[in-house]
Every structure is written in C-alpha cells, then in structure tokens.
Design a protein around this ligand. Structure first.
Ligand code: TYM
Length: 326
C-alpha cells in the first residue's frame, strides 16, 4: 500500500483553495492508502504569530479537517510539534540542502517581500518540509500547485542524502489534482487565493455563510468578451470560476465550460456548488467544536502513531550519516 503524507499550516482561516486544491484529495486518499496528515504548527512560526491565536487555530484546524472528512480511524492526523523527530530531522535536511537552492524558492521570495522581520526559519522552511515528508517513507504528497517547488526540493534532498550516505529515504512524488490545483483570488484572479493576502472579497472561507459565498462569487471579476472557455492566460476570472465549479463537482473545467453560455449562469452554478460543498462541513464542524477534549485526545493518539514510523526513519538517517548512537 502506498504511503501518503501531506501538511497544512494553522494560520489564517481555511479557504476554498485549501479545500479544493488539497483536502478533497486527502479525504479520498485515506480510503485507498496509508495516509498521514499533519498540522504544521512549527512552519506557522516562520512568520510572527500571537501565541494564543496559534494554539486555538491549531485545535480549530484539527476540528475542521475532521469536519471536511478526515477520519482518525482511517488516517493518522497529528500536530507537527508533538512529534519532535520533525525538528530533529530538519537539521540533517538543512545540512543537505544548499544556500543557493533555498535562495531560489519562490515562496521565500514572496513571503520575505511581504514581511518586515525575515526569520531564518522562513529561509530554511523547505528543509523542515522535507523532513515532514521523508520521515514517513512517503510515496505520494497530495498538494495544490503552489507546493510543486517544495516537493521538487524534497526529492533533491532525498536523492542527495541517499547518494552520500546510502539508501535512507523514499523519494516522493507530488499528486496535484486535475481541477482545483490553483484556485485564484476572486477579485484578483492573477494571484492565488491565500490566507495571507488579506483579500476579503477575493477569498471564500470554508466557514463562510451561504449568503456571503453567493455575493462574493456573484461579484467575482470576469472580463468583457462574454465567451466561456477555459484559458487561464487570457481569461483568468472565468477560468477560475470553471475550476471552482469543476473541482466542486469532480468534473474538468473544460467539460464544465461546455454547459454554459452566460457568465451569470456560470456564477450561479458555481455559487450553488460551493454552498452545497460547504454546508455539511459547517454542520459537522459545529458538532465537533462542542468537545475539544476529544479532539486533543485524537491528536495525541495520532502523534503516538506517527512517532512510531518517524523515530525509525530518524534513527536510520542519524546512523547513516555518522552520528554516534547514544
Ligand atoms: P498551506 O497551509 O499554505 O496550504 C495547504 C494546502 O492547500 C493548498 N492550497 C491551494 N490549492 C489550490 N489553490 C489555492 N489557492 C491554494 N492555497 C493553498 C496547498 O497547495 C497545500 O497543499 N508548505 C505547506 C505546508 C506543508 C506541507 C508539508 C505540505 C508543510 N509540510 C509537507 C505537504 C507536505 C503550506 O504552507 O501549505
């Protein structure tokens, strides 16, 4: 059985891009594979965070992920900082990746352009991400398109380590969904929908109420030529609506395009599909919120399960690279 691993940051609200680009796939993978999913709180610290907010967003994200459909009986769900092997392997990864490689990461360039304080952790972020993935002998990493470069560098690190010290890590592949891999901002369809861009009208949160979802989709930026076709280069706004509707319905955006002639109809159908997708998630979330102690118990059990695999891989990596066992 293939092993699947992926992670998500507990920063900001969960949005439609996270859901369609990654989480829908996570839920599917837990049915067929051995799936391990991680709330990456250490990654969230790379940008300044209020401690109370980080703590509560971590717990809320766990509840949201379960509301979306992750089932702790079918997958391993845990918090990154609960399994210290992530930080320990990250150091070995930092010593395997070069300064030049880290300097070329577009996520670092984007985020450092937008922050006043640029932490060293923001720069070495991909080394920790590589540790996350490699600790679990991961075959497949389901992510949105924006994580492509992070998975590439993980592969390079794994191959370099194996080459230097002998077979240690499985070299993983990314899995990017055919529709939904790049959900764009509804007001600025040339940039991705994101937790950190503060574009209130361009972002749909998973917990957003139906009226607000409909309004935002109705006001989404399109263009003036009136033609419905999937073409991100010249028709970013319309293509984004086609991607959203396609991903929500499990169809390709090209196929969806054939069913519509007017922008208004496309928008109504996209709004209905998103509302239908979000409502059951919101209901389950409300139920789960009533028992935070149970969520914490499930996360602890998840961390114990994850650690069994992670500690074996860490020991193997430490031995292979020459660290004297205690
Ligand atoms: P994060 O927390 O930014 O996003 C979580 C997942 O959501 C996807 N995503 C999107 N997909 C489509 N359209 C969008 N607009 C959109 N925005 C976000 C992301 O691609 C991601 O799959 N570095 C990672 C977290 C991480 C990780 C890992 C991922 C840490 N360790 C190991 C995989 C494996 C991140 O910041 O994701």
């Amino acid at each position: 059985m293939a092993r699947v691993f992926s992670g998500i940051q507990p920063s900001g609200d969960l949005h439609l891009g996270n859901l369609l680009g990654a989480l829908v796939n996570w839920v599917n993978h837990q049915e067929e594979h051995e799936a391990v999913y991680c709330i990456v709180d250490l990654h969230a610290l790379t940008l300044p965070k209020d401690p109370e907010e980080l703590r509560s967003s971590t717990l809320e994200l766990a509840q949201l992920l379960m509301a979306v459909g992750l089932d702790p009986d079918k997958c391993t769900l845990f918090v990154q900082s609960h399994v210290p092997e992530h930080s320990q392997l990250a150091w070995l990864m930092e010593c395997t990746v070069s300064y030049g490689e880290l300097s070329r990461m577009t996520a670092f360039k984007d985020k450092s352009d937008r922050s006043e304080f640029i932490s060293a952790g923001l720069f070495t972020y991909p080394a920790l991400q590589a540790a996350d993935i490699l600790l679990y002998d991961t075959d497949l990493v389901p992510v949105g398109d924006d994580q492509r470069q992070h998975i590439e560098i993980t592969r390079d690190i794994a191959e370099r380590f194996n080459h230097r010290f002998g077979e240690t890590f499985v070299v993983p592949e990314h899995v990017i969904p055919p529709a939904g891999a790049r959900i764009m901002d509804l007001q600025h369809p040339e940039r991705k929908m994101s937790k950190s861009q503060h574009s209130v009208n361009g972002t749909i949160n998973v917990l957003e109420n139906p009226d607000s979802v409909r309004k935002k989709i109705k006001r989404a930026v399109t263009d003036s030529d009136g033609e419905i076709r999937f073409d991100f280069e010249s028709k970013a706004g319309v293509s984004n609506l086609l991607s959203i509707l396609g991903a929500a319905k499990g169809d390709s955006p090209e196929e969806v395009a054939k069913s519509f002639e007017r922008y208004g109809d496309l928008k109504s159908a996209a709004a209905d599909a998103v509302v239908d997708l979000l409502l059951p998630i919101q209901e389950r979330y409300a139920d789960l919120q009533s028992d935070p102690a149970e969520t914490r118990r499930l996360l602890q059990a998840g961390a114990e399960k994850a650690q069994e695999v992670a500690s074996r891989t860490l020991t193997r990596a430490q031995q292979n690279c020459g660290l004297l066992q205690a």
